[in-house]
Design a protein around this ligand. Sequence first.
Ligand code: HEC
Length: 252
Amino acid sequence: MGNPRTVPIVQKRYADTPYRYGFAPTVQVITPPANGQYYLPGEGIDVKVTFRDGAGNRLHPDGSLPRYSDFVSERIDSGLRYYDGFQQLLTLYYALKHREGLTMWSVAGPSERLKMPSHVVGFFDFFAPQTTMATVSEDGFSSVATLNPRFAQLAVPDARDTPVSDTVHFVIPEDARPGTYVVTVKGRRDWGGEALNRAATLEFEPDHALDYRIHLIHSRSDRFAADVYRCATCHLTPPDGPPRGFPGIGPY
Ligand code: HEC
């Protein structure tokens, strides 16, 4: 009673705001594999993210995201949030670590090998175009990740005003194993009193070709009752090219 506090409140009419509640990120891989079928180690892939609210309104224009400087000065009307460890006076193992937010993108696989990695990420690794989070030799799978805005864009004050793209370029690690990979994007939104974090995932095959898979599986599984070596069982016209995936046929 004897210690009043005053909080200034500015009201906006809900009908006048361009956004609605909810948070729905979607992710696309926008560069097709060079060979038209599957990505190879060392190849680049461009991953594009679109953040929308629950009514489908875009939270940023096509092609770009707000700058980190916009976040720091609280100028992002859509409520998108970025890494806020600096605002929370970050120290290692501090009590409010669970409140720290960030926007992170990653590519990892093969998906059936994913587990908690043991690879140690050094501080300066965060400044690289992509940060290695797991390696085949240490963890049995590959994982690369980045913050977006990039760590170099938010940790260096002079860089905080540089444009932020909605597309991130990743390079498949040289030692990547064949299989299904998963792209993951995690984002945050705090709008109209509703704080949400949401992730979107997308699976793709860096080393997948339909013929290889079909031949491989049906020549080894007993579930396919027909003779896979009778090519006409599936092929209406005799195929040309190497019959990939059969045990004992060709170099594949
Ligand atoms: C169980 C079904 C099945 C059988 C049996 C099968 N194939 Fe295929 N094969 C496929 C499928 C599915 C594709 C992928 C077609 C695509 O990508 O459009 C394919 C693709 C291929 C391709 C790649 C070029 C192309 O035409 O798409 C070759 C070459 C091929 N098969 C050879 C063979 C040969 C040789 C045999 C027999 C020894 C054989 N296949 C038996 C299902 C089969």
